[in-house]
Design a protein around this ligand. Structure first.
Ligand code: NAD
Length: 440
């Protein structure tokens, strides 16, 4: 089928490449001309494991093209997916200006044969409103409208798209449902679970899922605080909880708080919408509050581990992205933590396998190094802020010999305390008691 995907960000580009992999002919449209030019020249503007190869294959098969104008992108498509950004506005409300601009720009080019599908995460009622807008703009059309929220995780986006836990399809009309069923047929045939529902329900499944996961993370972080006060160990608490199939172990990893492009804005948007509809969510409000305080708690933790005062220290921080296997810095806890340390008078040097280019723009006073051992060289303590696998396999003896203050503050629990202290390092982690070196 001929499919157009509007927006070539983390979701749009993965969606386009995966649809091409499923055998469809895909047009990827973005108003960012530089991005489109880069894509056309063979560059992939984001880091996402597996994406590069998928795009190469689609290009060789001539099943994908990148354009920046609506004129050539919409006509003839069986489906047009909207995958533009829906960032948070100042009040927490989702800013739908990119969605509205996309709808307005596509309207003149639509035909009765095209289904418009909302893939962006949008507040309940948005997709129906878009359908009304299209009817106003094009009274000659019978708009066919679907909602198909995306659940991929950055860092495993291709895998998640190709092997989804579920596909949610909301529709206003039989045509939209049929079109989406056909598009996803290869995955449905392979056994992907699917939920067919109405537009509003599909929209809320997405917000409810993200805010629930954010709440789960906020909850386990609170349990980690309790572990630190009681001597219980958060890893085993999470494992023990996760053995209960009603709970499941995923999203029970304590850490520096959730970040990224979705949870922070989606929790805020749900709070805004739930209040606006007179059904405020107190649970999500609490999760947002816990997560907000988490970052200053992490800064306090680092300061305490380094003796109660960091002014004048040169602290090493490993990782700036909001999680491993992405180059995305949006709402990364590492960024807030680094800024907090600098605010308390420390200087910071850092390394990240994928995020440094963008980080050097948002953290101009940070010195970026070539690798983790350069960061550790003469540093006053080493903070692990992101769970990149290369940070989990450091030569601890080497780290011990290069650090000026031989302390690791591991906000991702990548190590067993016994291994770190036996290398002669003090070790502070999350939801576990601090461990002091067993040898000098
Ligand atoms: P993004 O900011 O990475 O990409 C958005 C793209 O849309 C940009 O390239 C931008 O240039 C383009 N764009 C903006 N306005 C446009 C217009 N009028 N016409 C054409 N292109 C336009 O965003 P993202 O992270 O890919 O997220 C997109 C949507 O998917 C959001 O609603 C988000 O909440 C949702 N989502 C994101 C993730 C994720 O992990 N990032 C996961 C699931 C759902």
């Amino acid at each position: 089928m001929d499919i157009t995907v509007i927006g070539t960000g983390y979701v749009g580009l993965v969606t386009g490449a995966c649809f091409a992999e499923l055998g469809h002919n895909v047009t990827c449209l973005d108003i960012d001309e530089e991005k489109v030019a880069a894509l056309r020249s063979g560059a992939v503007p984001i880091f996402e494991p597996g994406l590069d190869g998928l795009i190469r294959r689609a290009e060789q098969a001539e099943r994908i093209r990148f354009v920046s104008d609506y004129d050539s992108a919409i006509a003839g498509a069986a489906a047009v997916f909207i995958a533009v950004g829906t960032p948070s506005s100042g009040t927490g409300k989702a800013d739908l200006s990119q969605v509205d601009a996309a709808v307005e720009a596509m309207a003149p080019h639509l035909s009765d044969n095209t289904t418009v599908v909302m893939k962006s995460t949008v507040p309940v009622g948005t997709t129906r409103r878009i359908s009304e807008t299209l009817s106003e703009l094009r009274s000659d059309l019978q708009p066919s409208i679907g909602s198909n929220p995306e659940f991929l995780k950055q860092g495993a986006a291709v895998e998640d798209f190709m092997h989804p836990d579920r596909i949610v399809i909301g529709s206003l009309d039989d045509k939209a449902e049929g079109t989406l069923r056909n598009i996803y047929q290869p995955l449905l045939r392979a056994g992907a679970p699917v939920l067919f529902t109405d537009l509003e329900t599909a929209e809320l499944v997405k917000y409810a899922s993200n805010t629930f996961l954010a709440t789960k993370l906020a909850f386990i972080n609170e349990m980690a605080d309790l572990c630190e006060q009681t001597g219980a160990s958060i890893g085993d608490v999470a494992t023990g909880m996760g053995m209960d199939s009603r709970i499941s172990e995923s999203f029970l990893r304590a850490g520096p708080g959730y970040g990224g492009s979705c949870f922070p804005k989606d929790t805020q948007a749900l709070l805004h919408e739930s209040r606006a509809h007179g059904a405020p969510s107190r649970i999500v409000a609490a999760a947002v509050d816990v997560n907000h305080n988490r970052k200053s708690k992490m800064i306090d933790k680092i300061v305490a581990a380094l003796g109660g005062e960091v002014a004048g220290l040169d602290i090493g921080v490993l990782g700036v992205t909001f999680k491993a296997n992405t180059d995305d810095l949006r709402e990364s806890p590492a960024i807030d933590i680094i800024r907090g340390l600098i605010g308390r008078g420390a200087s910071v040097r850092s390394y990240d396998p994928q995020g440094m280019e963008r980080a050097s723009e948002v953290l101009p006073s940070v010195t970026f190094m070539q690798g983790p051992y350069d960061v550790a060289q003469d540093a006053d303590g080493l903070v692990i802020a992101t769970e990149w696998s290369e940070f989990a396999t450091l030569d601890l003896d080497r780290v011990r010999n290069t650090l000026r203050i031989p302390t690791i503050i591991d906000l991702r629990n990548l190590y067993e305390p016994a291994d770190v202290v036996s290398a002669g390092l003090a070790y502070h982690s999350i939801g576990r008691l601090p461990a002091l070196p067993t040898r000098a």
